[in-house]
Design a binder for this molecule. Structure first.
Ligand SMILES: [Zn+2]
Length: 472
């Protein structure tokens, strides 16, 4: 997005985990255990989405083994689901995860000097029912994080990884068609599943990247390169699979009208391109442009690593040099994005929920619930909003045979809610517990972990100052 620079902070990694030995043991034991959730109302999020009332669901070794079967295995852990609602684990289609970093000068073999505890921010996903996340600026370190989660050292979501390619001269860049194609092939060899195209690509390189990704069977998500402004149609080439922000459209025009919104929706529809509206992003940006109190008062701010807390305050790119004109501009984008979502809906462009979490003022996990609420406010039904964070993203990621709905044989990625989210989308926040990676994490445990994290961040607060980062 136009105002977003990829911070160097995403460059790194952590192999730390809390209570590593204990959690590994626990995972091993639990993976052989079975669970039953009794008397629960299942919202399966299948296409017909018939709610199954007072159901019994059996989970064995991380898989949903039966729904309303007569045979209930013995020696199971029983979870009472009376008057509660079960939805598939939520999917955030746009995240940026922290990774360990060195910001001071380098020498060969130096490596990172600042280590993040992966469990700390992964906890925020789980605490908020997010069991799958799509990292849109994947680095080699993120493969390590994903492995830690898979082998049970860290409790966290499933992670899909996209390799970001931009034009210009920083990061993974390509400025010719042949360089673009080679960069895609390297990404494929390194194990990435997806390609993310970025704003500064030239037209020829962009098209070559999208075409090479087609050949390599990698789906493409990303920005609409700036060069296409005034010629947006040219960016909609076959195999451009997903636009990563509504803002990509608003950056392509100076006319924020319904007619323009409809034209864009038609372009996406005709090309089979999906959209991650990411409405919350611009809403947060407009708030940050108004006042930094919007960041300080975020409900999840206390859970954010102190260095990031410091960065979001002392180096806030939206608040720096702000003016009433700038605030008004952001507000006009917020309004136009609502028109875009209405147009996408009318045209039948599939939309998925994504947050850009990890960027300034956007907290992992919790922000997805803001996004769902904004999608409903923009005209989606509660069912459509839930679909945008469950079945549809699973389909786009091509893992819909494993996650995205509650059906026998799928992974038991599940969120138990105290109240029905189809009645009010805000009920997605009323989480009683989450099933992830074969484990049941109840509300009590989540709250204990969150309050420990809050205490730790508070204790460490004075050790981190973004302005002194060159010393770290
Ligand atoms: Zn992003």
């Amino acid at each position: 997005m136009k105002y977003l620079k990829i911070p160097a902070l995403f460059l790194l990694i952590s192999f730390h985990s809390i209570a590593q030995n204990n959690s590994t043991l626990e995972t091993k034991n639990l993976s052989h255990n079975a669970y039953v959730i009794k008397n629960v109302n299942i919202i399966p999020m299948t296409a017909d989405n018939e709610v199954i009332e007072n159901a019994t669901i059996v989970i064995r070794d991380n898989i949903i083994s039966s729904v309303n079967s007569d045979s209930i295995p013995k020696n199971v852990k029983i979870i009472d689901g009376t008057d509660k609602w079960l939805i598939p684990g939520l999917i955030d289609m746009h995240v940026h995860n922290l990774a360990d970093i060195r910001m001071s000068s380098n020498y060969p073999t130096k490596g990172a000097t600042l280590f993040f505890n992966n469990q700390d921010f992964m906890l925020l996903y789980i605490a908020n029912g997010v069991t799958t996340a799509f990292e849109l600026n994947g680095r080699v370190e993120h493969f390590g994080q994903r492995n830690e989660i898979i082998n049970g050292e860290v409790m966290g979501p499933r992670i899909a990884l996209a390799f970001l390619i931009d034009g210009g001269n920083s990061g993974n860049y390509a400025n010719t068609a042949s360089d673009g194609r080679q960069t895609v092939r390297i990404a494929k060899q390194q194990g990435y599943e997806f390609i993310k195209v970025y704003s500064n690509l030239n037209a020829e390189t962009y098209k070559a990247i999208v075409d090479e990704a087609r050949i390599q069977k990698m789906k493409v998500i990303g920005h609409i390169p700036t060069v296409f402004k005034g010629n947006t149609r040219d960016a909609f080439v076959p195999h451009f699979g997903m636009v990563a922000h509504a803002e990509e459209f608003s950056s392509q025009t100076d006319r924020y009208t319904n007619d323009v919104a409809k034209e864009f929706a038609k372009l996406a529809k005709d090309n089979g391109t999906w959209v991650t509206p990411n409405l919350s992003n611009l809403v947060y940006i407009a708030k940050q442009a108004r006042s930094l109190d919007s960041v300080r008062n975020l409900p999840g701010f206390k859970y954010v690593h102190p260095l990031m807390q410091s960065k979001w305050i002392v180096s806030n790119q939206y608040n720096k040099g702000t003016s009433p004109q700038r605030v008004a501009y952001f507000d006009s984008l917020v309004d136009f994005h609502i028109q875009l979502v209405k147009a996408f809906k009318e045209e039948g462009v599939p939309m998925v929920a994504g947050t850009d979490s990890g960027t300034s003022g956007i907290v992992w996990g919790i922000s997805l619930h803001d996004e769902l609420k904004l999608l409903v406010d923009a005209g989606l039904t509660t069912k459509e909003a839930l679909t945008s964070a469950t079945r549809l993203p699973a389909e786009w990621l091509e893992i819909d045979d494993r996650i995205g709905t509650i059906e026998t044989g799928k992974f038991a990625d599940l969120v138990l809610l105290a109240e029905n989210p189809l009645e009010n989308i805000k009920n997605t926040r009323k989480i009683e517990g989450v099933f992830v990676n074969g484990k049941w994490i109840g509300k009590e445990r989540i709250n204990i972990m969150l309050s420990e994290l809050e205490k730790k961040n508070d204790l460490n607060k004075n050790d981190f100052d973004w302005n002194k980062r060159a010393e770290y």
